[in-house]
Ligand binder design. Structure first.
Ligand code: SF4
Length: 258
């Protein structure tokens, strides 16, 4: 009997970028700004759901108290100022979005069966006050927009497919929605875009993703190699710390594929 594997949506995303990159861990390193924004959004959405409306000051205080907030002592002054500006912008962006939406579902966990794998994660379901028949799963983003405004990834496909199932469940009929999407919302830039894939395509993408997860790991060169902590595809660099080229120069060419 095949054993069911569980993987978190973001760990799957991290794993797909390159399964060799992490030393046994599949946890994706996220930016502190994004982690603070996710915690703050979870709280704001929960408050909105029960009819409360925290002030801008309360929002900022909550943001600064989240576990990922980096205090001044840990950062050089310029870096700290940049974080403060980004934090202010993130709080404003979150409030702009959440206050003009109705919360259909606060941030809630999901488990999506794809082949023998269960993708787990969490998201909130919101509805714009101007589009009552349309709901979206919120996906907060930070950076990663150099080449295109929207790059749907496995997290987006998984949330979309789960919301597609959830929105047609009898318990959620009162939502009265006809269309769904995944709202990619950049927390520090004036940018958002909605992802509305086709169900068959989303299913194929996720099946491909989980087969890569359960299959033999192979190196996947790319932009993420620039911050690879292990250089596991390079046997000549046994320890990243001992590999001077890794520290002094960006990796200019991708490693050879086996
Ligand atoms: S340097 Fe090698 S192990 Fe690291 S992310 Fe790139 S391909 Fe993967």
């Amino acid at each position: 009997m095949t054993e069911t594997a569980f993987i978190h949506e973001k760990a799957l995303l991290h794993h797909l970028e390159c399964p060799l990159r992490s030393k046994g861990s599949t946890a994706e390193p996220q930016s502190p700004i994004l982690q603070c924004a996710e915690s703050t959004a979870r709280w704001l959405i929960a408050e909105q759901f029960v009819g409360r409306a925290p002030s801008a000051r309360e929002t900022r205080d909550f943001f600064d108290r989240t576990g990922y907030f980096q205090p001044r002592i840990d950062l050089p002054p310029q870096e700290y100022e940049r974080h403060v500006r980004e934090g202010l912008r993130a709080c404003r962006r979150l409030r702009d979005l959440i206050w003009r939406c109705e919360v259909l579902q606060p941030v809630s966990p999901y488990t999506l069966a794809v082949g023998d794998v269960r993708i787990t994660g969490e998201y909130a379901v919101l509805r714009s006050s101007r589009k009552k028949k349309h709901a979206f799963a919120l996906y907060l983003r930070h950076q990663g927009i150099r080449s295109k405004p929207l790059r749907p990834d496995v997290v987006s496909f998984a949330r979309w497919l789960d919301l597609a199932n959830r929105s047609t469940a009898p318990a959620n009929r009162q939502w009265g929605i006809q269309t769904i999407g995944v709202m990619h919302y950049w927390v520090t830039r004036e940018l958002s875009a909605e992802h509305k894939p086709d169900r068959a395509f989303a299913t194929d993408v996720l099946l491909g993703a989980v087969s890569a997860f359960t299959g033999h790991p192979f190196p996947v060169p790319g932009e993420h190699c620039l911050s690879c902590p292990t250089l596991a595809c390079r046997p000549d660099c046994i320890e990243a710390a001992e590999c001077s080229t890794a520290k002094d120069e960006p990796i200019s060419s991708p490693p050879p594929l086996a």
